[in-house]
Write a protein that binds this ligand. Structure first.
Ligand code: ADP
Ligand code: ZN
Length: 216
């Protein structure tokens, strides 16, 4: 087997992170979430983090060159048989082209692009209720995926928090940015015969099962 990559594409709130969590084991994937990588840099207060925060807090995209640099760095450690699961990347045409170049240079095959499809109103509901574990990064939702004890992570007992960019105004901005800068990737991958649409509006387990089936 050679190295492969799967892309999770979808609007904010479509469930990319939740699905990545659910299917990670099924393909022994290396989860590459640019959002998580950027949040770690913000938390660590690195120069990258300081640059990224100014965009993220407004719901805007971090510049392509910065993103491509951190992804390249991650790919250089994967090895010849790695299975990558890209979550939240690529997000612009320039990033998609940069990824194509990077994959062919490192001999990684793009296996499929899964478009997680949800209506915008559901995205808003999911994002406003989303809570994340400060310690292990596990995802919850106050109604849809509640933790056993309010505010406490089931997995590790860590404290749950709400992302700064999950405030209503920022959510609306992120959805707008998705339409303007990322939605074009749907046509890009569709034209190349690489896109599969997955209904992501149902319960978590149903979507996870559907995706695992598509990946086999
Ligand atoms: P969501 O998909 O729900 O918006 P992410 O965690 O993927 O959540 O992204 C959060 C923020 O991080 C984005 O709004 C953007 O500012 C930044 N970001 C993440 N990935 C990228 C990317 N590939 N290109 C540019 N900015 C990104
Ligand atoms: Zn936790």
């Amino acid at each position: 087997m050679s190295a492969e990559a799967v892309i999770l594409l979808g609007a904010p709130g479509a469930g990319k992170g939740t699905m990545a969590e659910g299917i990670r084991e099924a393909g022994n994937f290396i989860h590459v979430s640019t959002g998580d990588m950027l949040r770690e840099a913000v938390k660590a207060g690195t120069p990258l983090g300081r640059e990224a925060e100014s965009f993220m807090s407004k719901g805007m995209l971090v510049p392509d060159e910065t993103i491509l640099k951190i992804v390249r760095e991650r790919l250089s450690h994967g090895g010849a048989e790695a299975h990558y699961l890209f979550d939240g990347f690529p997000r612009t045409l320039a990033q998609a082209r940069g990824l194509d170049a990077e994959l062919s240079a490192s001999g990684v095959t793009l296996k499929t692009v899964l478009l997680l499809d949800v209506p915008p109103a559901l995205s808003v509901q999911r994002l406003t209720g989303r809570r994340i574990c400060r310690q292990c990064g596990a995802n919850y939702h106050v109604q849809n995926i509640p933790p056993r004890r309010a505010g406490v992570c089931d997995v590790c007992g860590g404290e749950l928090y709400q992302r700064l960019d999950d405030r209503r105004e920022t959510i609306l901005k992120r959805l707008e940015v998705f339409q303007e800068q990322t939605a074009g990737l749907i046509a890009y991958y569709h034209e190349r015969g690489q896109l599969q649409r997955v209904d992501s509006s149902g319960p978590r387990e149903a979507t996870v099962a559907e995706i695992i089936k598509r990946l086999q």
